[in-house]
Design a protein around this ligand. Structure first.
Ligand SMILES: NC(=O)c1ccc[n+]([C@@H]2O[C@H](COP(=O)([O-])OP(=O)(O)OC[C@H]3O[C@@H](n4cnc5c(N)ncnc54)[C@H](O)[C@@H]3O)[C@@H](O)[C@H]2O)c1
Ligand SMILES: [Fe+2]
Length: 392
C-alpha cells in the first residue's frame, strides 16, 4: 500500500467569533500587508467590514480586489495577478465562498508562474506546488472546504472547461472558520453548498484513495452534515446547525484533500462549466444516480456511510443500508428543491450535443478513476442522460 500522504493548513481556527482573531493570526505569521480577494456581493452587502474593521483596529489598511466571479475564470485570475503585482503585498486573504477563495489560491499560483505560462498549464496531472504568496482563507459558505484543501478550480474560458488544479501551491497557510458569517446565506445556497460538503465527505470515504486518516475526517463530517443540513436550510439563524455545518464543511475539505473526490465531482465540473449550474447544485443533481451506479462495487463503504449518517441501524445488512443511502440522497434533493438539469432549464438538444465532450472532460480530470466503480465514457454519457429528467 502507498504511504499515507497528509496535508493541511498550518493553522485552522474554527468557531463563532474566530474572525476577531485575524490580526493576531497575521501577526503570528509575520504578515501585515494583505490583499483581500472577495466578491462584489461581500462588498455591497457590507460584509467586507467584518474583515476590514478588525484589521483597521490593528493598524492594517488592507487593499481589496472584489472582481471575482462565481466559478472563477482564468481571465479574472489574470486580472487579480496584475493587481497583486502592482502592490507590495505579503499575503492574500480569500474571503467569501469557494469562488473568492479559489481565486485567491489561483492568483498565488499564477503569480509564481514562469513568463508565458498560463493557468491551464497547471491543471491536473500537472502539480501546482509553488505559490508567490501565502493565502489565508475565511469562508462565508459551508461549503466547499477550499479553506483546507490543496485544490483550486478555475474555468478555462477558451474551452469552457472547469480545470482542477492541485498541489501545495493551492493549500492555504491558515484559515479562520467562523460560522457566524453564514447566517445570511440564503436557503438555495445553504442547500447547494451543504450538499457539496456532504459529497466531499462521502466521495472521500468511498474513494480508492481513502486512508485511515481521511476516514476520520470523512466520518466526522458525514455525521455533522447529515444531522444538521436540513435544519440549517430551514432555520438560517439556528446557531447550532450553522456551527455544525461550517465545521463539517472544513472537515470534509480535509477529508477529500487527503483522499480524493470521485465520479460525482468528475461529472459535476463539465455540467457546471457548460451550463452555468452552481457547483453544489450540479453535484446534487448527480449524487443519487452516481451513488447507485457505484453501489455494488463500493457496497461495504456505502453501507457504512449510511450507518454513520444515521440512515441505517448497526445491524442493517449492507444491501439494505446501501439502498437506504440512495433513497436518503434522493429525499434530501426533494426536500431542498433540487431541480433536474431539465427543470433547471437546460435545453435537451444542447445537453445531448455536449454529452460526449462532457464525458471526456469528466474522465480527463482523473476524479472518476477514484470511484468504487470506474466508468467507461459511454457509462458516463448514460448517467448524464439518466439524471436529465431527474432519475436516480
Ligand atoms: N478548492 C476546492 O477544494 C473546492 C471544492 C469545492 C468547490 N470549489 C469551487 O468553489 C466554487 C463554489 O463556491 P461556493 O459554493 O461557496 O459559491 P460562491 O463562492 O460562488 O458563492 C455563491 C453565492 O453566495 C454568496 N454568498 C457567499 N457568502 C455569503 C453569505 N455569507 N451570505 C449570503 N450570501 C453569500 C456569493 O456572493 C455568491 O453569490 C466553485 O467554483 C467550485 O468549483 C472548490
Ligand atoms: Fe465540491
Amino acid at each position: 500500500m502507498d504511504a499515507i500522504s497528509l496535508v493541511a493548513p498550518r493553522k485552522l481556527l474554527i468557531g463563532g467569533g474566530s474572525l476577531a482573531k485575524l490580526p493576531g493570526l497575521l501577526a503570528e505569521f509575520g504578515l501585515s500587508r494583505p490583499l483581500v480577494v472577495t466578491d462584489p456581493w461581500i462588498v455591497s452587502s457590507g460584509m467586507i467590514d467584518r474583515v476590514l474593521a478588525p484589521l483597521a483596529r490593528a493598524g492594517i489598511t488592507a487593499h481589496v480586489f472584489s472582481d471575482t466571479v462565481a466559478d472563477p475564470t482564468d481571465t479574472v485570475v489574470k486580472a487579480g495577478v496584475e493587481i497583486l503585482k502592482s502592490g507590495h503585498f505579503d499575503c492574500l486573504l480569500g474571503f467569501g465562498g469557494g469562488s473568492p477563495m479559489d481565486t485567491a489560491k489561483a492568483m498565488a499560483i499564477l503569480a509564481a508562474a514562469r513568463p508565458g505560462q498560463l493557468m491551464r498549464d497547471f491543471k491536473v496531472p500537472a502539480s501546482a506546488d509553488r505559490a508567490a504568496l501565502p493565502v489565508i482563507c475565511i469562508p462565508t459558505t459551508a461549503g466547499t472546504g477550499s479553506e483546507a484543501t490543496r485544490f483550486t478550480i478555475v474555468t478555462d474560458t477558451a474551452h469552457d472547461e472547469k480545470m482542477l488544479i492541485a498541489g501545495l501551491g493551492a493549500l492555504p497557510l491558515a484559515a479562520l472558520v467562523d460560522y457566524e458569517l453564514t447566517y445570511s446565506v440564503p436557503p438555495r445556497v445553504t442547500a447547494d453548498t451543504g450538499i457539496d460538503s456532504l459529497t466531499h465527505a462521502l466521495e472521500a470515504y468511498v474513494s480508492a484513495r481513502a486512508n485511515s486518516v481521511s476516514d476520520l475526517y470523512a466520518t466526522a463530517a458525514m455525521r455533522l452534515i447529515s444531522t444538521h443540513l436540513r435544519t440549517a436550510h430551514a432555520e438560517p439563524r439556528n446557531a447550532a446547525a450553522r456551527a455544525a455545518m461550517m465545521e463539517g464543511a472544513t472537515l470534509a475539505g480535509l477529508a477529500f484533500s487527503n483522499s480524493s473526490v470521485a465520479l460525482v465531482h468528475g461529472m459535476s465540473r463539465p455540467l457546471g462549466a457548460h451550463f452555468h449550474v452552481p457547483h453544489g447544485l450540479s453535484n446534487a443533481m448527480l449524487l443519487p444516480a452516481v451513488t447507485r451506479f457505484g453501489m455494488q462495487a463500493g457496497l461495504r463503504r456505502y453501507a457504512e456511510a449510511a450507518r454513520i449518517m444515521g440512515i441505517a441501524a448497526a445491524n442493517t445488512p449492507d444491501d439494505v443500508a446501501g439502498e437506504l443511502l440512495v433513497q436518503e440522497l434522493a429525499a434530501l434533493n426533494k426536500d431542498m428543491h433540487v431541480p433536474s438539469p431539465k427543470t433547471y432549464g437546460i435545453p435537451q438538444d444542447q445537453y445531448e450535443g455536449l454529452l460526449e465532450v462532457m464525458a471526456q472532460q469528466a474522465l480527463a480530470s482523473g476524479s472518476p478513476a477514484n470511484n468504487p466503480r470506474v466508468p467507461e465514457q459511454a457509462q458516463i454519457v448514460a448517467l448524464y442522460r439518466e439524471v436529465y429528467a431527474g432519475g436516480a
